[in-house]
Write a protein that binds this ligand. Sequence first.
Ligand SMILES: NC(=O)c1ccc[n+]([C@@H]2O[C@H](COP(=O)([O-])OP(=O)(O)OC[C@H]3O[C@@H](n4cnc5c(N)ncnc54)[C@H](O)[C@@H]3O)[C@@H](O)[C@H]2O)c1
Length: 441
Amino acid sequence: MEKFKNNLSRRNFVKESSLITGGILLAPSILSSSPLFKNEKVLKLAVVGCGGRGTGAVSQALLADENVKLVAMADAFQDRLENSFESLSKMFDQSRLKVKPTNKFVGFGSYKKAIDEADVVILATPPGFRPQHFEYAIAQGKHVFMEKPVATDVVGIKKVLAAAEQAKAKKLNVVVGLQRHYQRNYLEIYKRIQEGQIGKIVSGQVYWNGGGVWVRPRQQDWTEMEYQMRNWYYFNWLCGDHILEQHIHNIDVANWFIGEYPIKAQGMGGREVRKGKDHGQIFDHHFVEFEYPGGAVISSQCRHQKGCMNRVAETFQGTLGTSHTKGNSGILTSYAGDNLYDHESDEDKNPYQVEHNKLFDSIRGGGYLNNAEYGAKSTMSAILGRMATYTGKVVTWEEAMNSSHKLVPDEDSLTWDAIPPVVPDEEGNYTVPVPGKTTLF
Ligand SMILES: NC(=O)c1ccc[n+]([C@@H]2O[C@H](COP(=O)([O-])OP(=O)(O)OC[C@H]3O[C@@H](n4cnc5c(N)ncnc54)[C@H](O)[C@@H]3O)[C@@H](O)[C@H]2O)c1
């Protein structure tokens, strides 16, 4: 990969490079959407959680504004941090990567030291840690890009909502990585739904059905805590289950387009296929019906099973017509059969880049963006869905918000030798929720 040298014009750079974005290769067109090289003041950037997404987000922040410099990195693990730094070093000149060896922080408490060094912070650890990291960043007066989901339990949601208020009071910018809000097909469809082109949304179907994600198998020299931290996807205190970790994107679109949050949910789920020892405690499928205050009912499906129908999309039925969004496409159709809108995506920018461009434009322009409230409420909607599938009961938003069940341990009890919140039985299996029996929220 070509390095991002100061003397390279953006046009040349675009021709010769490609960039990671947390699993997505950036199309050249995204770069032309970045602000011009116009800002003199250096903005110091820190990243907390140097995995795939943290590394991708750093590259997008550096591309969004030429006077952003990465000054500090924090990760639970040294190897993850060094891999990330190495990847970034292949893409960017050292003038952009001003991370002194003493500013590479490792361990559970590393986030504070990294955040202290920066003006803007990227929070991209597993979501269980987001509330404490976000709360600290806002308390320290930093602008934030944080990945979704923003918590795994209700205690965390409340912390994020409180910090969001603080961010407003301090006029800090907060962008949440629900990137469909920065993606043109979604924005165009949203605008037309707001104009009333398909009438009032009365129902919908949202999907994240796929084959599943990575597994990081146990190594002999790992403690139980290290194992769960490395294989975090399969432990709820860290991940929140895939209904939260992935399907939040589609549930969030339903909330956004309807303009409300669900008042109740009921559903079903379990693990049918993916149920090995390395698959921790999460389900491999969930189906939920969400009811909204205005009467809309949304069916939500998410599945991690190979060899089945894959679909990541949203469909809504309004009183006058329907809406379909999927990937880069967006279609509105009337019930009379008229094609009201068919999105043309050729010129669209990559939303992973656009969200950083908007963040840095806002910081530079003295404005403030704050996505934290909808980020927290969409995270909460997915938690509500998880509560419904785990218990097999109807769960109301109000009941859920009153839950004091805490998944994430207090910070001072997090050490590599500590016993994590869930432990395996003698056979190495974890307790999996059982609908009809599981009651804990
Ligand atoms: N918006 C999107 O489309 C998108 C895409 C991918 C991931 N994500 C989100 O980004 C987050 C990270 O996902 P990822 O794919 O990069 O995972 P990852 O496992 O690649 O990276 C997570 C990193 O955080 C580190 N970490 C864990 N706990 C930590 C702690 N307490 N302090 C500091 N570092 C810690 C891990 O060691 C790891 O390096 C998740 O919330 C995920 O949902 C969002």
